[in-house]
Design a protein around this ligand. Sequence first.
Ligand code: AR6
Length: 177
Amino acid sequence: MKKTVLNIEIECIKGNIANQPDISAIVNAANAQLRIGGGVAGAIHRAAGPKLENECRPLAPIKPGEAVITGAHNLPNDYVIHCLGPVYGIDKPEDKLLAACYHNALKLSEKKQIDSVAFPSISTGAFGYPMPRAAKVAFETITDMVEELEEVKLIRFVLFSNKALNVHIEVLSTIIS
Ligand code: AR6
């Protein structure tokens, strides 16, 4: 499913964030130490190889809402943007911290002249953020930013299950008609 806002495509697909060869930057749902971990971080680090963790080491730790950028090593992309989402119920206010992840990732993309970015659903796995609420924060943050985006032309959400895909399609439809 695709929606276009001011010439920027927002797309939702089912898939694996570590297998998006047509995308310049993929976003990692990282841990504070930028180590391998599970879920998205595990998939990205396994596919990128150990040099990614080496490059991450001096950039850690990061705080909830922050984003840092590295190369992609063995991944088919140019960059990995590592975001630390809030742990739901602990890092507060969750919505502001989650919005900061999307905002900071897109700011970094603009700075590096990245034209396509793929996001997972940050914080909705191990960090427990309810997916419909997280999707609303993500899409609202992006639509608030489209006017200032000059480089980014495609924003893809890569969802891991049909259920996650359907939640995102439903929420996106309520935000962009
Ligand atoms: N591609 C796309 N989505 C995925 C993939 C994948 N390969 N794997 C999982 N998801 P999570 P968080 C979905 O837990 O909640 C890690 O251990 C998953 O179903 O990866 O931000 C880190 O080391 C869920 O909807 O990220 C951190 O400690 C969403 O992606 C912590 O988990 C995010 O799940 C970060 O937790």
